[in-house]
Write a protein that binds this ligand. Structure first.
Ligand SMILES: NC(=O)c1ccc[n+]([C@@H]2O[C@H](COP(=O)([O-])OP(=O)(O)OC[C@H]3O[C@@H](n4cnc5c(N)ncnc54)[C@H](OP(=O)(O)O)[C@@H]3O)[C@@H](O)[C@H]2O)c1
Length: 326
């Protein structure tokens, strides 16, 4: 089968198509023929070599944290009703690995069945972003009439947070860069603000009755995250889970406490396998019922994984990016 290998840490060019024997299911395992492999912003950071302190992965490795596809083989003694099932599953250990491939082998207890009315691509788009979004929304305890600000709102995670906040009855502002991304945010019913323009926080204040957002989901981090913190309403909730801006939002616990802002971070979305599977099943159910709309912005053939990473790093993508082995 074909897979993608990271040959050494570096730019997108280190993602090299290669081949290996088809995987075999051992005890408790299933082989999935991959219809879509999830690509996360985190995959680009790990590939660059900048995440070594947190994720002990070293080249050569197969990147990719999860897939959607069909079960094509089962280990001995497993329930045969799983044969042929359409599933999503996380791959690899901490940080994820192994998903950029035509076939993956996973413990069967990681597989979550996909509702019949959902496409496998839609399900792949919800595997991580959806479960994370549900967890973040639950931590923030969004109330009707809250003002909610989502940074990196047109990204894979951001656009789901926009929808969950709307569904909770909040007034939602989605901040992103450039017309194409602002259009995506508006299409999902939120007020769109371009945070690459001077004075963007004043526009958010205008949209939040002058008091600032009660809840901030910061998927951008760095300076943008800090600026968003400055306008967060006193007594608000701030989730600093994103770092595309180079760092998580630089906010000290004392800063937050001085304004009674409840601060949460990336540690609040570290889920064990059981928690993750439960949230994935819930989020697939929400999408199946039409209450959540996965946004697959772009797909790339598996062999063009390097182009997918380059596009993410150039900020040229909206919503979810997937690899299609097809
Ligand atoms: N997806 C998850 O399950 C998950 C879980 C935990 C944490 N996170 C973190 O949350 C953040 C957003 O995740 P995501 O999955 O939504 O990622 P994504 O779909 O790749 O979106 C990232 C967004 O970051 C914005 N951005 C800001 N500065 C950027 C820069 N210098 N380079 C590239 N993009 C930049 C981009 O939008 P603009 O161009 O509009 O700024 C882009 O839409 C990431 O830091 C990720 O590690 C995600």
């Amino acid at each position: 089968m074909r897979h993608i290998e990271v040959t050494r840490f570096g730019g997108p060019e280190v993602l090299v198509p290669t081949t290996s024997p088809d995987p075999v299911a051992g005890p408790g395992e299933a082989v999935i023929a991959v219809a879509a492999a999830d690509v996360l912003f985190l995959d680009t950071v790990i590939r660059s070599g900048r995440a070594g302190a947190w994720f002990p992965i070293s080249p050569p490795y197969v990147p990719g944290n999860g897939v959607a596809g069909e079960v094509v083989a089962l280990g001995p003694g497993l329930d045969p009703s799983w044969s042929g099932a359409r599933v999503v599953a996380r791959t690899g250990g901490a940080g994820g690995s192994g998903g950029y491939a035509e076939q993956v082998v996973v413990p069967l207890d990681r597989a979550v069945r996909v509702p019949t009315n959902l496409e496998l691509t839609e399900s792949a788009a919800l595997l991580h972003d959806g479960s994370t979004a549900l967890q973040l929304a639950s931590t923030a305890a969004i109330k009707p009439e809250d003002h909610v600000l989502v940074l990196a709102a047109a990204g894979g995670l951001g656009i789901l947070l926009v929808q969950l906040a709307q569904a909770a009855g909040a007034h939602v502002v989605g901040a992103a860069r450039g017309t194409a991304k602002l259009d995506v945010v508006q299409r999902h019913g939120a007020t769109a603000v371009d945070y690459s323009r001077d004075g963007w926080t004043a526009r958010v204040l205008d949209a939040t009755d002058g008091v600032g957002p009660d809840v901030v989901f910061d998927g951008a981090g760095g300076q943008l995250g800090r600026e968003a913190f400055e306008i967060t309403a006193d007594g608000g909730r701030f989730s600093a889970h994103g770092a595309p801006g180079g760092t998580f939002a630089p906010i000290g616990p004392r800063d937050a406490a001085s304004r009674n802002v409840s601060l949460s971070g990336i540690e609040h979305v570290q889920l064990d396998e059981a928690q993750h599977s439960r949230l994935v099943a819930t989020v697939l159910g929400e999408a199946s019922a039409g209450r959540l709309h996965p946004h697959v912005g772009q797909t790339f053939p598996l062999g063009r994984a390097a182009d997918a990473h380059a596009a993410i790093e150039q900020r040229a993508v909206t919503g979810k990016t997937l690899l299609i082995p097809g």
